[in-house]
Design a protein around this ligand. Structure first.
Ligand code: HEM
Length: 455
């Protein structure tokens, strides 16, 4: 019998693990498997022992997610084990900042993601997607292609071009190389809490420091050059530079701008690439659905390459992207730490406890999804939401800290899917063993090998 606010239950069930390191090793080794097992064994709410005296509460019910991300969001912060590795690259940008700084920055960054601005950025996205497809047509059809690597290159190109008009995917880009090194460093730090601190001059730390210095210098120089020049530009950096606080009239400082640029690069590139890679994996397994999507794309007037204006005419393409993120959410769980006590699922949650909202389990929860493991994009066609609760699907998080790039990502994903399917049939090479890799965003490991047959 669930407790009430006045009489919360105190002992949620959950695994205790090893006497010393609790479940931390298992969690680190195979987080998705661990979430699933915790849910199967203990139900919709589990308390996991991390080390003696420290617990992680796993939330598998939409109403608990809503409590943490929306109703009582002020009681939760992002924990240091998440913020610190990201902050070493992105400083105090939107993802890692808190309190007043975050509030001001979110207000200043929001106009860059306004619908009118996105329509302009969508032109850059569509052009990049179409020229990428031209490149692909030079690739011999019978020769396998790792489409995950290709998606990663394309989304990095789009991130650089929409953010500040530079192609980071080219081999010649020093910024691109430094970004890759820094990105790998974040991966490493997020997944290994026991590494020597960053100030210790290990080879890895020195490599990172060099890369971070390049990133800072190039982005700072770019910002200073932009402040001096008298050219009208349409990219995200231009909007961030022009943005002013309604109340104070203040814009962002150069350091803050630099942190936001690096944050958007970090948050915005790998996520979309990961989602698209899973799209190809799933469409390769479901050729019938792939043909239906291709027919939708090819039915655009004059068989033209899709643009932002065509997005409303592509509901099935959109549904494929959404259904893919249900099965393979690029961000499969987000951690938080309580600032004060709370009550979740009728249990008392103490101050300083860790909680995890868990898309990976909720997106496949049989109470909210019929045939949860089946890839069925029709669930996301307009009007087909089966009366699902709000937080049964939340690939972009929720509440005030939800993804600022959500509409950007949807636009990019749909335009790329459409551009490729218009010209190619994507065949999955049989016999591959592909698993979800949780190192940072949820990606198919070791990649997705396909053949692209011209249509
Ligand atoms: C499919 C692609 C994407 C997915 C699945 C995704 C997912 C998410 C999620 C779940 C959060 C919330 C994190 C939390 O609550 O701890 C988030 C935050 C954020 N995302 Fe995304 N994201 C995507 C693409 C993008 C893009 C394209 C951008 C920028 C161009 C972006 C920028 C951000 C930023 C800045 C935040 C922090 C917002 C804040 O705290 O105010 N994301 N994203």
């Amino acid at each position: 019998m669930p407790g009430t606010l006045n009489s919360p239950r105190t002992q949620p069930p959950g695994p205790r693990g090893h006497w010393l390191w609790g479940c931390s090793r298992e969690l680190q080794r195979d987080p998705l498997g661990f979430y699933e097992r915790a849910w199967r064994e203990f139900g919709d709410f589990a308390r996991v022992r991390i080390v003696p005296g420290m617990y992680l509460y796993m939330l598998f019910r939409p109403e608990d997610v809503e409590q943490v991300l929306v109703r009582n969001h002020r009681n939760y912060r992002k924990p240091d084990f998440f913020n610190k590795p990201l902050g070493s690259v992105a400083g105090r940008g939107l993802v890692t900042s808190d309190g007043e700084l975050w509030k001001t920055q979110r207000k200043l960054a929001q106009p860059a993601f306004h619908r009118d601005r996105l329509a302009v950025l969508g032109v850059t996205m569509a052009e990049a997607a179409n020229s990428f497809v031209e490149e692909l047509s030079q690739h011999p059809a019978e020769q396998p292609l790792d489409i995950q690597q290709a998606m990663s290159r394309l989304t990095l190109k789009i991130a650089g071009e929409t953010l500040f008009g530079a192609d980071l995917s080219s081999e010649a880009s020093s910024l691109g190389g430094a970004f890759k090194t820094a990105f790998e460093h974040v991966h490493l730090r997020m997944n290994n809490q026991m590494l020597p601190p960053e100030w210790v001059p290990t080879a890895e730390n020195r490599r990172f420091r060099k890369a971070k210095a390049i990133l800072d210098r190039v982005v700072e120089e770019m910002i200073q050059a932009r402040r001096r020049e008298n050219v009208v530009r349409n990219d995200l950096l231009a909007t961030l530079l022009a943005s002013r606080d309604d109340e104070t009239g203040q814009g962002m400082s150069d350091t803050q701008l630099r942190d936001e640029v690096l944050t958007l690069l970090l948050a915005g590139n790998d996520t979309v690439g990961a989602a698209l890679s899973w799209c190809w994996y799933l469409l390769g397994q479901h050729p019938q659905i792939q043909e239906e999507v291709a027919a939708e794309v090819r039915s655009l007037p004059d068989g033209r390459a899709p643009t932002v204006a065509d997005l409303p005419a592509l509901p099935l393409t959109r549904a494929v992207f959404e259904e893919t993120m249900r099965l393979y959410p690029p961000a499969p769980g987000q951690p938080r730490q309580t600032l004060g006590p709370d009550e979740l699922s009728g249990y008392a949650i103490p101050k300083n406890a860790y909680v995890m909202v868990c898309q990976w389990v909720i997106h496949r929860h049989p109470e909210f999804w019929t045939e949860p493991d089946v890839f069925n994009p029709r669930r996301f066609l307009p009007g087909a939401d089966e009366g699902r609760p709000k937080f049964s699907y939340f690939p972009f998080g929720g509440g005030p800290r939800s993804c600022i790039g959500q509409h950007f990502a949807m636009m990019e994903g749909i335009l790329i899917l459409a551009a490729v399917l218009r010209r190619f049939r994507v065949e999955l090479i049989p016999g591959q063993t592909i698993e979800p890799d949780t190192t940072f965003t949820l990606k198919p490991k070791p990649g997705v090998n396909v053949r692209l047959w011209p249509r």
